[in-house]
Design a protein around this ligand. Structure first.
Ligand SMILES: O=P(O)(O)OC[C@@H](O)[C@@H](O)c1c[nH]c2ccccc12
Length: 271
């Protein structure tokens, strides 16, 4: 069984357990509807921002431990001060070392869009995302049918959240061209084999409907990679490991983003 199938199997069991522990009615009660969600798609497009969605990730199945002992408070604030447009916070515990509390902490200390990075297989997790303060959820096309994606997107929208739909290949993109997801992300990492190729984003870009906010995900390691993806038409850039593998990820983000500015200024003056 490939790793993605294993994660999904575990996730389905985990959600069933959670439903017993915290019934959906209780979750719904804890939703603070008076707090306005922050629009990820609008923030990504803001010209005064970098477009970077900076990720908080302690470990991953492909890399093992990346940075297990972190302060989410410090890194989330630091990422935003460094010029990120938004935060992505992993909540899967077993494979990524994340928790729901990580989103709650990030929420408490920042006014910015927060993506709850989770393997969503059930509506319960969407209500849960709202209850912990997320503004946006991730839906992964390789684990959901177009009909499920449509239903889940509707629920997220009804709760005032946005949706980032992740595709990995042409087939997944074609099957979801009518999706109402607000942002389309192309994952450069194949979640079944872990192969990473930036050209994957580039090759699918022209097929993404014009009105969608376009995100390149994974494997962005050099400031030059970001500039290249941006010049080709991407609006947003999901970056995790490149920052997280350093003891002070937010300082690394700051250096990375100032280098991006330097490169852009160089091209601008060169014409
Ligand atoms: O650490 P990277 O290579 O910069 O990648 C970040 C992000 O794209 C990656 O964590 C990711 C993309 N899609 C996912 C789905 C589930 C878990 C994780 C992911």
């Amino acid at each position: 069984m490939n790793i993605l199938d294993r994660i999904i199997l575990d996730k389905k069991a985990e959600v069933e357990e959670k439903k017993e522990l915290i019934p959906v009615k209780m979750l719904q009660k804890s939703i603070l509807f008076e707090t306005m969600p922050v629009s990820m798609s609008k923030y990504i497009k803001r010209p005064d921002k970098s477009g970077v969605i900076a990720e908080i990730k302690r470990k991953s199945p492909s890399k093992g431990d990346i940075n297990p002992f972190i302060s989410v408070e410090e890194i989330s604030i630091g990422y935003m001060q460094a010029g990120a447009s938004a935060l992505s916070v992993l909540t899967d515990k077993k494979y990524f070392g994340g928790t729901n509390e990580d989103v709650q902490i990030a929420r408490k200390f920042n006014y910015c869009p927060i993506l709850r990075k989770e393997f969503i297989v059930d509506k319960y997790q969407i209500i849960e995302a709202k209850s912990i303060g997320a503004d946006c959820i991730l839906l992964i096309a390789s684990v959901l049918s177009p009909v499920e994606i449509e239903k889940f997107t509707k629920l997220a929208h009804d709760l005032g959240m946005e949706v980032l739909l992740e595709v990995h290949n042409e087939e997944e993109l074609k099957a979801n061209l009518d999706s109402k997801a607000d942002l389309f992300g192309v994952n450069n990492r194949n979640l079944k084999t872990f192969d990473v190729d930036l050209e994957n984003s580039i090759s699918l870009l022209s097929m993404i409907p014009d009105e969608k906010v376009k995100i390149a995900e994974s494997g962005i390691h050099r400031p030059e990679d970001l500039v290249y993806l941006k010049n080709n038409g991407f609006d947003g850039f999901l970056i995790g490991e490149r920052f997280m593998r350093y003891s002070r990820p937010h300082e690394e983000a700051r250096k990375f983003l100032s280098k991006v500015k330097e490169i852009e200024t160089y091209y601008a003056t060169k014409g």
